[in-house]
Ligand binder design. Structure first.
Ligand SMILES: Cc1cc2nc3c(=O)[nH]c(=O)nc-3n(C[C@H](O)[C@H](O)[C@H](O)COP(=O)(O)OP(=O)(O)OC[C@H]3O[C@@H](n4cnc5c(N)ncnc54)[C@H](O)[C@@H]3O)c2cc1C
Length: 339
């Protein structure tokens, strides 16, 4: 295992932004992870686990500690139970399952990043979330150096959230995830875009659904295609805010058109962040220097070519200030800020 110095991080991220890691190593086994933790501890360095870099914004100054690229590989199957190493590419695992006729993750096709990244923010799209199929998560406790197995209920999953990005943030490295899929199960067609896509076909296959999801994502610049400038992003930059029923009524009263919304838990209301941005004047293709909004998806902030992290922050700040002043809603960014 090699410990490299001053390694540029931008190529490891989908934003293609960010300064160097003071130290950088790749872990192919759990033993490598333990070695890396020991290396960081003995030098008193912060440690950052890096997956596919698809949900990150790395600071221009880089990261002052050890960036550990999680590259553990392997997929094991026992009937309907799939145990997958954290460094496997997520979209390849979706194809692996769909080709073998297993349902449960077909709508999550085309999401970039690694398997280990999926439980962190409970990735979700097109009507599915990984929390629906995760059985357990194996992770190294960085305080005790013991490997622990978290059952689904212990992961604290909710919208773009788990214990791993909230209460236990930075305390664990995920090494593998176990999913329960359904052999010959029906695909989930719950999301409006998918219903529209299949309005004339009676029973689409899992393969047709996952292909359709990739096609729809591609039309929105949310499927990574080399050379597509709308893909130099971290996906959706803002979470959909969840507000109280009273706050929703107040916002609805101030707008002259209907405010789109979905009911969330406990009577709260989820409002699409993309709608808030559009109403506040931030349209597809909006540009602020080298930072911009994707020409195909309002929620994706993009690197227009030579953006620094500072350019993305400037655009983020302009958007959050405007949305807050108009609606009284403070938008939460979805990507993790590094360094
Ligand atoms: C074009 C595009 C579309 C996207 N669409 C979606 C979408 O539809 N739905 C959605 O939910 N997300 C979406 N994303 C965001 C992103 O793809 C997911 O969050 C993905 O799961 C991140 O995984 P990763 O391996 O790239 O993690 P990274 O970006 O490398 O890391 C993200 C966070 O997870 C931590 N992490 C990663 N691996 C591990 C590990 N093994 N152990 C501990 N911590 C770890 C990192 O430390 C960091 O805090 C999109 C991103 C892009 C660029």
């Amino acid at each position: 295992m090699q410990f490299l110095e001053h390694v540029p991080l931008a190529p490891y991220t989908t934003f293609k932004i960010g300064g160097p890691a003071r130290w950088f190593a790749e872990a192919a086994t759990e033993a490598d992870i333990l070695k890396a933790v020991e290396f960081a501890r003995s030098r008193n360095l912060p440690l950052f686990p890096l997956g596919g870099g698809s949900n990150l914004l790395v600071a221009d100054a880089g990261f002052p500690g050890l960036v550990l690229h999680i590259a553990l590989k392997g997929i094991e199957q026992e009937k309907e139970i799939f145990t997958v190493s954290a460094g496997e590419n997520w979209d390849c695992f979706v194809s692996h399952a769909v080709e073998r006729d297993f349902a449960g993750i077909e709508c999550l096709a085309g999401i970039p990043g690694t398997v280990g990244g999926t439980p962190i923010q409970n990735v979700g799209a097109y009507g599915q979330e990984v929390s629906e199929t995760v059985v357990s998560v194996r992770a190294l406790n960085l305080a005790t150096l013991e490997f622990e197995e978290f059952a689904n209920a212990a992961c604290g999953f909710s919208y773009r959230r788990s214990i791993f990005n909230s209460t236990e943030r930075g305390k664990y490295i995920v090494t593998r995830v176990t999913y329960a899929l359904r052999e010959s199960g029906q695909p989930k067609i719950a999301y409006a875009d998918l219903k529209r896509h299949f309005q004339n076909s009676a029973t689409p296959s899992l393969r047709e659904v996952s292909d359709a999801v990739r096609t729809i994502r591609r039309s929105k610049g949310m499927y990574i295609v080399a050379g597509d400038p709308d893909c130099r992003s971290a996906g959706s930059f803002f979470k959909n805010p969840i507000v109280s029923a009273e706050q929703y009524v107040r916002i609805a009263a101030q707008e002259e058109i209907e405010v789109p919304h979905y009911m969330a838990a406990d009577g709260a209301v989820k409002i699409p962040a993309a709608w808030l941005l559009e109403r506040a004047g931030f349209h597809k293709g909006y540009a602020l220097g080298e930072a911009g909004i994707s020409t195909r998806h309002t929620l994706a902030l993009v690197n227009r070519g030579a953006a620094k992290a500072a350019d993305i922050f400037a655009l983020r700040d302009r958007i959050t200030a405007e949305v807050e002043s108009r609606f009284g809603i403070r938008l939460d960014p979805e990507p993790v800020l590094v360094g």
